[in-house]
Design a protein around this ligand. Sequence first.
Ligand code: CMP
Length: 158
Amino acid sequence: MGVLQGVVVMIERTFSMVKPDAVIRGIIGEVLSRIEKKGLKIVGMKMIRVSEDQASRLYSVHREKPFYGELVSFIRSAPVVVVAIEGESAVSVMRRLIGSTDAKEASPGTVRGDLSCSKSMNVIHASDSLENAQKELAIFFDEKEMLSYERLDAKWVC
Ligand code: CMP
């Protein structure tokens, strides 16, 4: 919970990942800048190669799907940037910011709608619920890797 302009708001933490296609294409900065410009606060960030264990935990709900093998090998094919994000209704705000899973159908103005045409190489992941956000953050971050600070523009952007 937080207080913004005298109003009590629910501050959430969510998980996001800039996927291998975006890293290889050199658009990490473009993707992260959209998150920052929206007014969300990046409170943790690192470039990693996803381990087999991390991939199987992240994609456990897709284990029985026909594309599971392809999904795991893609996410491990190059480095990714994992990001912990904080803000008012951060989970739903991030989901709207990134757009539909199939980037061909994602609305213009969203990250996927503007930067991809693919369902598998769709630039960015963001948790789809608060419960999954907590699970996914725990896969990639220790509590001490998420830092606390105030954004100077907080009262102007939300
Ligand atoms: P994301 O929501 O970040 O995490 C699960 C990913 O599975 C999803 O993005 C897509 O990239 C991928 N995915 C979903 N459906 C398919 C599909 N039918 N074929 C290939 N990849 C898919």
